[in-house]
Design a protein around this ligand. Structure first.
Ligand SMILES: [Fe+2]
Length: 298
């Protein structure tokens, strides 16, 4: 039986991110999930080559975008949500707890007064359990906090887009030590996702493959429950939290965290241009803890 939905992944090797276009075969209405805006740290230059691949696909398949869904305020890439919205429309949406993340980072970056931590930078804020439609496809937004307080997963047809909660079974789970993160909450959120029907397809937002394995992004609830190195069935909350906290203490801050989050709390809008016509990113000095391990997200 052919599925009613089509899931098209786009892997960005520069940030190990997987973006998706999910569309309804009956109406050709689409949702874009977690689009990437390229950013070269050394030159401070943004680029739309990766986002333009998405646009080319949308045009080729003659899709109409109704939603641009963010799973969370990413810490490893800038979002292309606003860029895509300006070209093809679609409501830019994220979980309503983004307000908490905005409040935390407004302080850390000392953002301009006119930046309000009220979610108004997005076109829609989801509540936990809220339904949405993508053409004739039924979808549900699920609050899955822990990696950040605002993480959402999107259950669309027979697939769940889990953002940074779980990765592939041999990689495990996302770190829970960013401001507002919580390993206990992450465990509860993951168990919630693992309670979905076993055949549910699980589509991740990143892959960090171990040596010798090609990047992958899709697995199933059953495979995660059997094999996930951090949260397979039988690993209790205490064991998970102890592992997560010990590991997180060794992980370096992701390379693009400081540039990314200040753009992503604005829904992918770049900071306002200053009097000289240039927009600036801000780097708070001595505000984040430092560790010397790998700059891992997992
Ligand atoms: Fe993340």
């Amino acid at each position: 039986m052919t599925r009613r939905s089509h899931v098209q992944p786009f892997f960005d090797p520069a940030t190990w991110t997987v973006s998706y276009v999910v569309w309804d075969r009956a109406t050709r209405i689409a949702a874009v999930i977690d689009p990437v805006l390229d950013y070269d740290f050394k030159s401070g230059r943004t680029d739309t080559a990766t986002a333009d691949r998405l646009l080319a696909y949308l045009a080729q398949e003659q899709l109409r975008v109704e939603w641009i869904l963010e799973t969370h305020a990413h810490a490893d890439h800038l979002s292309a949500a606003r860029y895509l919205h300006e070209r093809v429309g679609g409501k830019v949406a994220i979980g309503e707890n983004i307000r908490q993340v905005q409040a935390i980072f407004k302080k850390i970056y000392n953002l301009e007064r006119s930046f309000l931590p009220d979610g108004s930078q997005f076109d829609h804020l989801f509540k936990d359990g809220e339904s949405l439609r993508i053409g004739e496809l039924e979808a549900t937004a699920l609050l899955v906090p822990g990696h950040t307080p605002a993480d959402m997963a999107y259950l669309i047809d027979d697939a769940v887009f889990v953002g940074d909660t779980l990765f592939l079974p041999d990689v495990g789970t996302a770190r829970a030590d960013f401001p507002g993160g919580d390993a206990h909450q992450l465990y509860a959120s993951i168990r919630r996702l693992l309670a979905l029907p076993p055949q549910t397809r699980m589509c991740g937002c990143h892959d960090y493959p171990p040596p010798g394995r090609e990047p992958q992004w899709e697995t199933t609830v059953a495979q995660q429950r059997a094999n996930n190195i951090h949260v397979r069935d039988g690993i209790d909350e205490g064991t998970f939290v102890a592992m997560r906290q010990a590991r997180d203490a060794t992980l370096e801050v992701p390379t693009l965290l400081l540039p990314s989050i200040q753009v992503n709390v604005r829904g992918g809008q770049l900071p306002p241009v200053e009097e000289n016509g240039v927009a600036y990113l801000r780097i708070p000095l001595n505000a984040l803890p430092r560790a010397d391990g790998p700059p891992a997200h997992a």
